[in-house]
Design a protein around this ligand. Structure first.
Ligand code: MRU
Length: 349
């Protein structure tokens, strides 16, 4: 299986996703700064994948430290975690992975020389854990899929976006493995074309037939092509079930409501942020104008100096979501109530 991220024993090897589909280029990252750059430039992307990359990035920063004192080491770890978490603001998985390491570190009694190795071990544990979470999401989600269904998806939520089989796309892989015949429609996902470049590439590599549409065609596809279900991923899910995901997701959810097509979100529990009450509090990353004025930073498609606004994510209100597929099962409406139970069981005990 293709690995978006791999620990080589010395460095963090990633697939440089900015090069896909033209070529498959691996890049070895050796410093925390290189990991920061790779996350910010979307060489590694997708909420779960950037969480795991950041976990290794923290280790790369800490392994060169020569602190003699445990408190100084932990203070430095906090400083590095703060630095890495600035790389991209929306996906909560980034902060989740880093906080998890900091919290585990503070409970360990190991001497300062051993601490970096402990950080690496936690990163490796989180990596393996992400793979397993994806498999479970695939199992639960694929139960919703029946033979002959047409499924529409947005952005890239597969092997490249996680360290396992993916979330929304992982469900499609699992359904295919179970020999369910499905038709997949893929939104191109303007402006960075994660659907056209990455999802179409992944599905092609896996031998799964897929049909590419532009984002603006989705409503027409829902009207004309008998789409049975839309499944997308998530970058952050608030306590009330509001979901931040790639820009264009909200359009899809609104269109699904109009056409009475079930709209599902697939995400690991590491994408939930129970510290915020609603989607209004989710920080939305705004990226450079050049991403929309020039196709893939190469060909200008508008007038020079055009005014533009480039939010990379939007928030879909919980009431438009039929269910959230996680590794712990499927949470259905009323989301506020079902997620409140989840919060109590998983996070407050
Ligand atoms: O900007 P990106 O490409 O990192 O955005 C990715 C998405 O929005 C995905 O849908 C989300 O992270 C879930 S990936 C399993």
């Amino acid at each position: 299986m293709l690995k978006s991220i791999e620990w080589t024993g010395r460095s963090l090897r990633i697939i440089d996703q900015t090069e896909i589909p033209s070529c498959l280029v691996y890049k070895d990252l050796n410093t925390i700064e290189e990991v920061f750059e790779a996350i910010q430039r979307l060489r590694v992307r997708g909420a779960p994948a950037i969480g795991i990359a950041a976990a290794y990035g923290l280790y790369l920063g800490l392994r060169t430290l020569e602190e003699e004192n445990r408190d100084d080491f932990i203070a430095k770890a906090r400083h590095y975690a703060e630095y890495l978490s600035q790389a991209r603001p929306t996906a909560v998985n980034l902060g989740w992975a880093l906080n998890r390491i900091l919290s585990d570190l503070s409970k360990l009694n190991s001497g300062v020389r051993i601490l970096p190795v402990e950080v690496l071990e936690i990163a490796q544990y989180l990596h393996q854990d992400d793979i397993e979470r994806c498999n479970k999401i695939g199992e639960y989600g694929s139960e919703l899929i029946e033979d002959g269904m047409t499924i529409l998806t947005h952005c890239n939520t597969g092997l490249l976006a996680t360290t396992g089989i993916g979330t929304a796309l992982g469900i499609i892989y699992t359904a295919r493995k179970k020999r369910k015949k499905i038709t997949v429609l893929v939104d191109e996902t303007r402006p960075l074309l994660q659907g056209a470049r990455l999802t179409m590439w992944e599905l092609h590599e896996a031998g799964i037939p897929a049909t590419l549409i532009t984002d603006g065609m989705a409503a027409y596809a829902l009207q004309k092509r008998k789409v049975d279900m839309v499944i997308v991923g998530a970058d952050r899910i608030a306590k009330n079930g509001d979901v931040a995901n790639k820009i264009g997701t909200y359009n899809l959810a609104v269109n699904c409501r109009y056409h009475r097509v079930p709209f599902y979100v697939a995400a690991p529990l590491s994408s939930f942020d129970f510290l915020i009450n609603s989607g209004d509090q989710i920080p939305i990353e705004e990226r450079s104008c050049q991403e929309i004025t020039d196709v893939l930073g190469r060909i200008a498609i508008t007038v020079k100096g055009a005014n533009c606004w480039n939010p990379a994510f939007d928030v879909t209100p919980a009431n438009l979501i039929k269910g959230i597929i996680t590794e712990g099962g499927i949470y259905r409406q009323p989301l506020l109530k079902t997620l409140n139970k989840l919060n109590k069981i998983t996070y407050q005990n």
